[in-house]
Design a protein around this ligand. Structure first.
Ligand SMILES: Nc1ncnc2c1ncn2[C@@H]1O[C@H](COP(=O)(O)OP(=O)(O)O)[C@@H](O)[C@H]1O
Ligand SMILES: [Mg+2]
Length: 327
């Protein structure tokens, strides 16, 4: 078996859309620009980025659903453009929000139907469908109609469907979007279970915490490009040592506080976070003691209502990276 599960080399996708009243003008959108990735077998890899970053487009190219404009990609050594049919035998995918089940019949009946569609052997189907329902935590609900399912359960059923032909490589596009906290926690557990069974998983998400909890490595993608790629720990170290001080400041006092912090050099980043009252000023700094010293005369509810000092989270890193490339 090929040692590398997913390999992308300079993937590009430009969409050409017709616009204007008479559809005579064309507009091109560079959705994915020069994406290169190597994902090892057994890895749980996260593609993390804001809406419109190009995550779904990337996954669609890797799963043979969309032709790249330039570049190549291979799954287990098989070319996604030249060897489409063989690639599809080895991959499973689930896109968020897609419907695709018959609501009036049971989950088991739905999976049996799709197994037939994929020309799966009937003896294997009989054995695998209950196993898969069990694996995704729907073991006791297989005989219930899909119309009685919550969105989290439907999403898990999508996962079971993606696994019917026992693919080695799984693509999950925003698996927990629109699912309540309990449902998404269960789904994350299912994803971890699949990973420990040795599946290679590429998942996309715009939730930092989800990527941090699940993924061995994360590529942060913004405006179609990879802007950072590493393990969650290494990404955090990337801007290591810094602390974040968040101060709730009385309206009208913000400018004074900002002026006060001007003496600090460029290693300290000051940002006014929200325009609600009181305003929050976020200060990322390698010298928290110095910042607190500067603020100390104003630590009184007339100026500063509350103050929190914490270490950087991966979310801080993510926001910093996206903002740095975002303008
Ligand atoms: N079929 C399409 N036609 C035209 N533009 C598209 C199409 N699909 C996606 N795009 C554009 O490509 C960019 C990336 O979209 P997408 O890959 O869906 O991002 P994400 O999944 O990260 O939210 C966006 O600007 C989006 O509007
Ligand atoms: Mg998407």
């Amino acid at each position: 078996m090929h040692p590398v599960a997913i390999e992308a080399r300079s993937l590009n996708k430009t969409f050409i859309t017709k616009t204007g009243l008479w559809k005579t003008r064309t507009r091109s959108t560079l959705a994915v620009e020069d994406i290169s990735l190597t994902i090892e077998r057994g890895e749980l890899f996260g593609l993390l980025g804001p809406n419109g970053a190009g995550k779904t487009t990337t996954v669609k190219m890797l799963t043979t659903l969309l032709l790249p404009t330039h570049g190549t990609a291979r799954i287990l050594g098989l070319d996604v453009v030249q060897q489409t049919a063989q690639v599809r035998k080895h991959i499973g995918f689930a896109f968020s929000g897609s419907r695709g089940f018959y609501n009036r019949i049971t989950a088991t009946q739905n999976l049996n139907y799709f197994a037939q569609l994929y020309a799966l052997d009937s003896a294997i189907t009989r054995q695998r469908v209950p196993q898969l329902l069990e694996l995704v935590g729907l073991g006791t609900r297989g005989d219930d109609k899909v119309e009685t399912y919550s969105s989290g359960m439907v999403q898990r059923l999508h996962l079971a469907r993606a696994l019917l032909h026992d693919p080695e490589v799984l693509f999950l596009d925003e698996p927990t979007v629109g699912i309540d906290p309990v449902g998404s926690r269960e789904l994350r557990q299912t994803i971890k279970n699949l990973s420990s069974l040795g599946k290679t998983i590429l998942l996309t998400t715009h939730y930092m915490a989800e990527a941090e909890e699940l993924c061995h490595r994360i590529a942060i993608i913004n405006k179609g490009r990879i802007v950072a790629l590493d393990s969650p720990e290494a990404l955090k170290r990337h801007i290591s040592g810094d602390s974040v001080i968040e101060a709730c400041i009385q309206p009208g006092q913000v400018q004074g506080i900002l002026d006060l912090l001007r003496v600090l050099d460029g290693r300290t980043l000051v940002e006014v976070k929200n325009i609600t009252e009181p305003e929050t000023v976020s200060i990322r700094t390698p010298e928290p003691a110095r910042v607190l010293e500067l603020l100390s005369p104003y630590l009184n509810p007339q100026y500063i209502q509350g103050l929190e000092v914490r270490n950087q989270t991966l979310e801080d890193v993510y926001v910093t990276i996206i903002k740095a490339g975002g303008q």
